[in-house]
Design a protein around this ligand. Structure first.
Ligand code: ZN
Length: 385
């Protein structure tokens, strides 16, 4: 029912191949849980009108949390991912998990209080009350072990290594908490909001760091340890003499990240936004540097195209705002090097939802988990007889 379309019991029986009585029992249970709602009667030809049912998107809510290097955003959304309300604050992630997560808890509790929901999640899973909180999704700017919800050796997050982010927020909100790295959730958000029909999509974030979220066969690929798509330290031949902060030489990040472009231009800048501003002013050197960064990125992505055969590569992150100059470099490298068959229908394009991708993806991750067959089965099983 997650596609939002309303259906009758008979239609659901036909689609699922289940007995009509089984479907009727399940619908009753899902109505009690507040997950389905009846909608205006279908117009029938003669006879009794048959009731249709649809996903009750406003019956439950999730919190999407986007923790960046220097900001925190928290959004309360319904089960369609529509933002009901949101808060954001500037806070340095280096202040550590206790301080930063306290801000997340306060912002989340405020959002819930304003929507009329209990902050401890006591209402979650029940049919009563407005928009019962059902799950929380969190994106962090570093590697995350998704199964445990813990960051692993995150380079820009001192004090966060193996901190139980999911546990801390779970105790506060009283619902399951899903944690992933920011690039993975941006891939989820971008696909959900802008590319819903695309099953093989790579989302590449180019900013202070470089990374990719890989969706293959419609499913986000995290890999064995959650580091799938970690492209920042892949070798690029042009950079043989360039040192990277990781200790190696020739890393993509040491050549094509915002910081690397600033170094190449000999300017002191603190954000990718400064480079984008130069490009927009028509600064030739900046334009050439951004285009070269695009070629370096394209060199690495060419291998990804051969491996994954995506139909769409979306370039996002702060540097993506440099627009066509960055993308043109990426295209130049990929279309020159990849096989024509792999690039025949390959779309390489700028992010459509920009800065909102992370918050949308965090919500989508929470919704996908909360509405998974296993979770819904557990909620049905927990219903009183
Ligand atoms: Zn490196």
């Amino acid at each position: 029912m997650r596609d939002g379309q309303a259906r009758t019991r008979s239609e659901l029986a036909a689609i699922t191949g289940l007995a009509r009585s089984t479907v009727a029992l399940r619908i009753d249970a899902l109505m009690k849980l507040g997950l389905l709602r009846p909608v205006n009667d279908a117009i029938s030809t003669g006879g009794r009108p048959s009731t249709q049912f649809a996903l009750n998107v406003t019956g439950h809510s999730v919190l999407g949390v986007d923790v960046g290097a220097s900001h925190v955003r928290v959004a309360l959304t319904d089960l369609a991912g529509t933002v009901i309300d949101e808060r954001s604050e500037l806070i340095d992630i280096a202040r550590g998990p206790v301080v930063v997560l306290e801000h997340v808890m306060t912002m989340g509790s405020e959002l819930l209080a304003q929507s009329g929901e209990a902050a401890d999640g006591t209402n979650a899973g029940g049919a009563g009350g407005p928009a019962a909180l059902i799950a929380v999704g969190v994106g962090l700017p570093g590697p995350v072990e998704h199964a445990s919800g813990r960051p692993i050796n995150p380079p820009i997050m001192p004090g966060w290594d193996r901190y139980d982010v999911g546990g801390a927020l779970g105790r506060h909100f009283g619902v399951p908490v899903l944690v992933d790295n920011d690039v993975n959730i941006m891939a989820l958000g971008e696909r959900e909001l802008a590319w819903s029909g695309v099953d093989d999509l790579m989302f590449v974030k180019v900013a202070t760091g470089i990374g990719a979220g890989v969706i293959s066969g419609g499913v986000l690929q995290r890999g064995a340890q959650g580091t799938a798509g970690d492209l920042g330290h892949v070798y690029v031949s042009r950079g043989a003499d360039v040192f990277c902060r990781c200790g190696n030489r020739g890393c993509l990040e040491a050549l094509a990240s915002g910081a690397a472009i600033s170094r190449a231009l000999g300017i002191e800048t603190t954000s990718s936004g400064d480079i984008v501003a130069l490009v927009r002013q028509g600064d030739i050197e900046a334009i050439q540097a951004v285009r070269q960064a695009g070629r370096d990125l394209g060199e690495v992505l060419t291998t990804c195209v051969s491996l994954m055969n995506p139909s769409t590569i979306v370039i996002g992150g702060a540097l993506a705002a440099a627009g066509e100059f960055l993308i043109a470099g990426v295209r130049e490298a990929i279309y020159t090097r990849a096989t024509p068959f792999a690039t025949q229908h390959l779309d390489i394009t700028q992010s459509r939802i920009g800065a909102n991708a992370a918050i949308a993806g965090a919500s989508v991750m929470a919704i996908q988990f909360a509405l998974s067959p296993e979770r819904v089965d557990a909620m049905v099983a927990a219903l009183p007889d």
